[in-house]
Design a protein around this ligand. Structure first.
Ligand code: AMP
Length: 399
């Protein structure tokens, strides 16, 4: 089956058409500046020149129409008609506390996505617009919603409740949801497959280290804990997010800087993390370069980032009473050998984890532990689109 995977932002739409049998990407692309002047679609087919369409896209419906036109275009397309596309898989950020699995979209699923606008104010409205645009442009085609929060739905109560009055959970659903769920699900299962680990009982810690960053613990591919919380602000130090912080800091800054809570949260989300600490950049490559050139706070930012990852690994090894494998993924996790070496070398010796320096030079799927390591270590590139494609096929069934 050919599956169209769609990831809608408020003014953008990323897509991939994937052949589910070969798991090859047949075409992919991006619609930018939807609803703004200067809208543009860039359509890429492996081995061919990029096809660029610059035309107004007042809304997501127009963007979806253009995607289908590009996919079926006589010169630049990869299918003859839309009938060749079996189903559409959508990335959706938040499914609240009621949706525990990916699902075929119906009126109830759309209502849940709408009810969660509060919990995912930047993403959920755009995700729903993408789904409704597809329903209008290609009626009758099955749409599947794959939620970033479902990985967190298997967490036990002791892991997902915050120790605040229970009425806030009852009234508003305030709990740990976790994000990057599609990536954690994909990478934990891929680690089990690639490492030939016990599919039911393997204890795996996944470190998704990108601009946004989170760690998860899973047993047999099912989430038991995850570092992001009600929102993606909790947990690791990230490119621009503070991660864990004493909530009283918010009140302190509000009082001393005469700012509102919203303003301070904006600072914690967008101006903190390695950017805020180093004052250099949110991009780890820039921060590493500055540190190598002797910038003290750039080095502190990198050290603090790695230290926080190591603390979460320690916590999750305790949470699972052991760990069989640790997998590194996303921009930093896949590409930054020094960060992996520092995390394992400085902090994980007590677990018996040992990295092999040569194997660690990889940027692709590989085991990087030394032969005598007690914990197996892997680099596993994440692939959220493929995860969404697999979920879509599982739900819709092979045509
Ligand atoms: P992501 O959010 O997964 O796309 O990851 C983006 C982050 O990965 C950026 O901060 C990049 O600086 C970082 N990154 C990409 N390549 C490297 C590399 N070779 N070394 C260090 N960081 C990298």
């Amino acid at each position: 089956m050919k599956v169209l995977v769609i990831n809608c932002g408020s003014s953008s739409l990323k897509y991939q058409l994937i052949d589910s049998e070969s798991e090859k990407v047949l075409a992919k692309g991006l619609c930018e500046r939807i609803g703004i002047d200067g809208s543009k679609l860039t359509h890429k087919v492996p081995g061919r020149e990029d096809y660029v369409v610059e035309t107004p896209m007042p809304d997501h419906r127009k963007a979806v129409s253009l995607v289908f036109e590009a996919l079926t275009d006589a010169d630049h397309g990869v299918v003859k008609t839309v009938d060749e596309i079996g189903a559409i898989g959508h990335r959706v950020l938040h499914g609240g506390a009621t949706i525990t699995e990916s699902c075929v979209v119906d009126e109830h699923v759309k209502k849940v996505i709408r009810d969660c606008f509060d919990l995912g104010p930047l993403h959920n409205p755009a995700n729903l617009m993408g789904i409704e645009a597809c329903e209008k442009v290609v009626p009758g085609k099955k749409n599947v919603a794959v939620f970033d929060t479902t990985f967190g739905m298997s967490l036990p109560e002791k892991a997902y409740y915050y120790a605040i009055p229970k009425e806030y959970y009852d009234k508003y659903g305030i709990r740990r949801y976790g994000f990057h769920g599609t990536s954690h699900m994909f990478v934990s299962r891929e680690t089990i497959r690639f490492g030939k680990l016990d599919p039911k009982n393997a204890k795996v810690i996944v470190c998704h280290l990108g601009n946004g960053a989170s760690v998860s613990a899973s047993i047999g591919g099912k989430g038991v804990d995850t570092s992001m919380g009600l929102t993606p602000l909790e947990g690791l130090i990230m490119g621009t997010r503070s991660g864990d912080i004493d909530p009283a800091v918010v009140q302190f800054i509000c009082n001393h800087e005469n700012k509102t809570v919203d303003e301070v949260l904006n600072i914690l989300n967008k101006k903190s993390g390695v950017l805020g600490l180093s004052g250099v950049s949110s991009d780890f490559r820039d921060v590493s370069k500055a540190a190598a050139e002797g910038n003290h706070m750039a080095q502190v930012a990198l050290d603090a980032f790695r230290y926080r990852v190591a603390k979460y690994i320690g916590a999750y090894a305790a949470a699972m009473n052991g760990v069989d494998a640790i997998a590194f993924t996303a921009g930093v996790g896949e590409n930054d050998a020094e960060t992996r070496a520092q995390i394992v070398g400085q902090y994980l010796g007590y677990l018996g984890a040992k990295i092999d320096p040569e194997r660690n030079q990889t940027r692709s799927e590989q085991e990087i532990s030394a032969d005598d390591s007690k914990v197996r270590l892997f680099v596993i590139p994440t692939n959220e689109e493929l995860a969404i494609c697999r979920e879509t096929v599982r739900l819709v069934g092979e045509a």
